[in-house]
Design a protein around this ligand. Structure first.
Ligand code: 5GP
Length: 190
């Protein structure tokens, strides 16, 4: 998606060898017009699928997920990061390790918002090692919901998330695919 790639080139900042900061337009300050375009693009890419609901993880997946939900006219559910040690028993849960923060979050979705037989699209801001999406896949499996595909705003192709999802046979659509961060410069897969 050219609009997104241009924005990453202009405003993204590379940290070290693996992390891209996009906090001026995606996950701290948010550009709603760019998010609306992202939502429309995911809706177009998954137009041939029956989608009942969108799942994401708080907090940075929420903006692209909500705009996709708006474009597809379906509800959006985000997995909450649970801070207490005691979990209610009416939730689906998964452990998600975040390599950018070096913490494991227990994420959960209330049984009321994800049911057997629902067709769900998973959306997230980044695909790196695939842990966040794996957590959502586990939750969908527990609920006996069907995952129709995964929509990623920014994929870092040099990390192992894509391979993991390809091996599971899941359709993944990424709007920007980063090949490398050589010397702080972002290069995209053409
Ligand atoms: P994964 O679970 O695929 O390893 O990583 C995806 C999650 O980690 C995303 O939900 C995102 O919040 C965070 N993340 C991974 N890589 C980056 C990155 O380069 N920049 C930012 N800002 N977040 C990232």
């Amino acid at each position: 998606m050219k609009l997104l790639e241009d924005r990453i080139r202009r405003d993204g900042r590379v940290l070290g060898t693996e992390v891209l900061k996009v906090d001026s337009f995606l996950n701290h300050q948010i550009d709603p017009e760019l998010m609306a375009a992202i939502g429309e693009e995911f809706a177009r890419l998954f137009a041939n699928n029956k989608i009942d609901k969108i799942l994401t993880v708080e907090s940075s997946g929420i903006a692209p997920a909500v705009f996709t939900g708006l474009a597809l006219h379906v509800p959006v559910v985000f997995a909450r990061k649970n801070k207490s040690l005691t979990l209610p028993d009416d939730v689906w849960t998964a452990d998600v390790y975040s390599f950018t923060k070096n913490v494991t979050n227990h994420v959960m979705i209330d049984h009321r918002f994800l049911m057997a037989g629902e067709n769900v699209l998973l959306i997230d801001d980044f695909l790196a090692n695939g842990q966040a999406i794996e957590g959502l896949l586990s939750i969908a499996q527990q609920a006996k919901a069907e995952v129709v595909g995964v929509g990623i705003v920014i994929e870092k192709t040099f990390q192992k998330g894509r391979q993991l999802l390809d091996e599971l046979g899941i359709e993944v659509e990424s709007l920007a695919r980063i090949k490398s961060f050589d010397n702080g410069k972002v290069t995209f897969l053409s």
